[in-house]
Design a protein around this ligand. Sequence first.
Ligand code: PLP
Length: 472
Amino acid sequence: MPSRQTTSGVDLLVPEGTGGPRQRIEGAIREAITSGRLTPRAALPSTRALARDLGVARSTVVDAYAQLSAEGWITGARGSGTTVADGSEHAPPPPPATSDVTSRRFDFTPGRPDVSAFPRSGWLGALRRALREAPGAVFDYGDVRGHPELRDQVAAYVGRVRGARVHPDHLVITAGFGEALSLAGRVLAATTRGAQLAMEDPCLAHHRAIAAATGLGLVPVTVDGEGARVEQLEGSGAAGILLTPAHQQPIGVSLSASRRGWVLDWARRTGALVVEDDYDSEFRFDRSPLGALQGRAPDVVAYVGTVSKTLAPGVRLGWIAMPPDLVDAAAAQKEATGGQHGVLDQLALTEMIRSGAYDRHVRRMRLRYRGRRDVLLQMLAERAPAVQVSGIEAGLQALVELPEGGPTPEEVTAAAAARDVSLHTVTEHHWHVEGGMPPSIIVGYGTPAEHVYREALQALLATFRDVGLVVA
Ligand SMILES: Cc1ncc(COP(=O)(O)O)c(C=O)c1O
């Protein structure tokens, strides 16, 4: 999207930069209101005119206006005559751009586990035991890579369940995948001037923002039924690629065997780094899990895991296993960006893994999520046979492709909102380059609390009925 002033009557100065076009339009309008450039009751351009000016889809502007209207900045969205709301200069600050936290009754936001299932008593018991037994030295400043016993446990765990080949000394404990990506990006940016990181297109906009903040340029690599089209890396000059080989986010395919071989060969030939995001591999339902890419090439793959799906994202714990020659650089970056992770959570997780409580929790949740997925699939097959569901072998979400001539994804999400259901389109948040994908929504079936899941599915079905997707 070009950075330019609009010709549609008001000066919005929609910037280039990170985040999708919708977020940038929203940000520009909020900024214009808070800075006083747009005053209460000032008219905004029509969605059609603004979309034309900015060279974006009209639905992008419609969505931005709908969000701003929901936040109280503007009134009259979705029709002619949208204006800045009275009192909007005092409107509360918007939620952070990366937050998808919803207050809707039924939440199918993708990428979330059922946080109400967090194993509170297991965690408490693990922490209590660990505190009883830990020597006083653990409360001192420790190894910047993380608590050594946690690194021992994680190295053994990822070897056992994912076939990764990890030495504990090569691990850095992080605040989830997000910090691991930031570390890997900073290592690449520090070692290769002007480095570029290739990323899947689509992928999470939030991850693009983290990578861009490390100073790396971003190179999109498209995705098809065999995963990322890694052959696009040939001649790209990229110093690395971020991949979700086990379960592409958001399309749900896994990287084919031939592409796995190709990308490892490319990394060896060019000295590039493959960053493997293994974010939801514990939840594979139908076939036995594909081993981690890292297990085949620990010298060129940085392997990243997280407890955000297995336990809860709020725990903020993850790990990155670096190729041996990059461990010191990663530790130095960790030090430079604030140092070691808090030891209490590390002690509790160490004890959870050591005692087997972590595996038991994962097994219990895998069964539960598989049950949820099966009920969802059965319901859609029986009641909404025109939609096509994919990406369901693993993870906590299903990609639902809408039939040709049916409702648009935006119509479905709007109908969902009217029923207090939070649903997301696949175009939101995901694209480097917009388009290129059949109209789809993503149903995050892991998110609702267990006791409301059936009710949430009924609300989803009612939504589908509202937009004509349900057969009698
Ligand atoms: C592709 C992908 N990677 C990683 C994560 C987990 O990130 P974090 O560990 O920073 O919570 C998610 C969560 O939604 C994700 O979708």
